[in-house]
Ligand binder design. Structure first.
Ligand code: NAD
Length: 445
């Protein structure tokens, strides 16, 4: 099938590349001319394992193309995906201006019937808004053309996006018409060989499914962080508690790792947007609000531990703190809402210098903060430790999991590890004379 994808970001690019890889003829269109030029030069603007190969392969076959030409993009296909950003507006609600701008372009340019598929995460009722926008623009042109609007939210995880897209747990298709349902069935057929993964529902339920999924995952994280904070005060070990509760299949081991709070481009904004939806309805949703409150507080806990260790925030001036990992999670260079940002900004406010190492997110960090004397990027994880007063693990990249502790000792000015991901063994570090402060576990001092 011929498909057009509006937006060549994390979701649009992965969607386009994977749909091309199963045989569709895909054109990705983006308003960011620089991004499109890079893609046309064979560069991948984001770090996503496996994506380069798929993009390269399909570019060479001619099954995946990139353009900034909106008219060409609308004309290219009968099925048009919207995968543009939906950032929070000032009130925390999802800002639909990019989604509606695409709907407007499609309405202005379409010359034959289209199926418009919303892949962006959008509040309940957005399919209706896109439908009205299209009708309105077509009416202003005095044109009558059939179109369908489908809600097809995306559940891929950054860092595993290609795998997730190619082997989805489920594909949600929210539509009110049989025609759109058949089109979507055909389009996703290659992903359905093993078993039917498509769940059909109405568009409002599909839209809510996406928010409910992200809000529940965020709830699990805030819940375990809440328990971790209690464990610290009670002299319990959250890792024992985590294993103890995860063994119950009704709870499971997934997504109950304590840490520095969730970040990224989805959970924070989606929890906020769901809360905003509730407010707009006049419905009090205290659980959703608490998930966000707990998370915001959790992002500040590591700074509190560091400040306490050094005798107060006012004693951090002139200290050098090494930070291992900047991205909001491993295998991505995405820094949006990363807990590392809350930490390094607090360290800077106290006059500390940060020496950071992240396998892929340093260019993005430099883009965000620019060059500043209190941020030094190290070429590798050990160099980041040279002369530092402590190291903080912010992201559990594989290469941080089993470091050479003797080498760390040689490099650091003092044997102090703050572990925001609980990846080291307190017993081991106690034996070797480290000060080791983690999340929800008794400190090793
Ligand atoms: P992104 O910021 O990486 O990409 C959005 C792209 O859309 C940008 O390249 C931007 O230039 C482009 N764009 C904006 N207006 C446009 C227009 N009128 N026409 C064409 N292109 C336009 O965003 P993302 O992370 O890919 O997220 C996109 C949507 O998918 C959001 O709603 C997000 O919530 C949702 N989502 C994201 C993830 C994720 O892990 N990133 C997962 C599932 C769902």
């Amino acid at each position: 099938m011929k498909l057009t994808i509006f937006g060549a970001g994390y979701v649009g690019l992965v969607t386009g590349a994977c749909l091309a890889d199963v045989g569709h003829q895909v054109l990705c269109v983006d308003v960011d001319a620089k991004k499109v030029a890079r893609l046309n030069a064979g560069e991948i603007p984001i770090h996503e394992p496996g994506l380069d190969a798929i993009v390269a392969r399909n570019r060479s076959f001619g099954t995946l193309e990139f353009t900034i030409d909106v008219a060409k993009a609308v004309d290219h296909a009968d099925v048009l995906f919207i995968a543009v950003g939906t950032p929070p507006d000032e009130s925390g609600a999802a800002d639909l201006k990019y989604v509606l701008a695409v709907a407007e372009s499609v309405g202005k340019l379409m010359a034959e019937p289209k199926v418009v598929v919303i892949k962006s995460t959008v509040p309940v009722g957005t399919s209706d808004k896109v439908r009205s926008k299209l009708s309105q623009v077509l009416a202003s042109r005095n044109v009558t053309l059939n179109f369908d609007v489908v809600s097809n939210p995306e559940f891929l995880k950054e860092g595993a996006a290609v795998d997730d897209f190619l082997k989805p747990d489920r594909i949600i298709v929210g539509t009110e018409t049989n025609y759109a349902r058949e089109v979507m069935k055909e389009l996703y057929k290659p992903f359905n060989r093993n078993h039917d993964r498509v769940l059909y529902m109405d568009s409002r339920s599909a839209e809510l499914t996406k928010y409910a999924a992200n809000a529940l995952l965020a709830t699990k994280i805030s819940f375990i962080n809440e328990i971790a904070n209690l464990a610290e005060r009670l002299g319990a070990d959250i890792e024992e508690v985590r294993r103890g509760i995860g063994a119950d299949p009704r709870i499971g081991y997934h997504f109950i790792y304590p840490g520095l709070g969730y970040g990224g481009s989805c959970f924070p904004k989606d929890v906020q947007a769901l809360g905003r939806t509730a407010t707009e309805l006049g419905y009090d949703a205290p659980l959703i609000a608490a998930v966000e409150t707990v998370n915001n507080r959790q992002k500040t806990t590591m700074f509190g531990k560091i400040a306490a260790h050094f005798g107060g925030a006012d004693r951090l001036g002139g200290k050098r703190i090494a930070v291992w990992g900047l991205a909001f999670k491993p295998n991505t260079d995405d820094m949006r809402e990363a807990p590392s940002r809350t930490l390094v900004e607090a360290l800077w406010r106290s006059g500390a210098t940060v020496t950071a190492y992240d396998p892929v997110a340093m260019p993005e960090t430099r883009r965000i903060y620019g060059d500043r004397p209190d941020l030094v990027f190290a070429p590798d994880k050990y160099t980041a430790l040279d002369g530092a007063d402590a190291v903080v693990v912010c992201t559990e990249w594989q290469q941080f999991r089993a470091p050479d502790f003797d080498e760390m000792d040689r490099r650091l000015a003092s044997k102090v590890i703050f572990d925001g991901r609980n990846i080291y063994s307190p017993e081991h570090l106690r034996r070797d004379g480290w000060t080791y402060i983690s999340i929800g576990r008794p400190p090793v001092t």
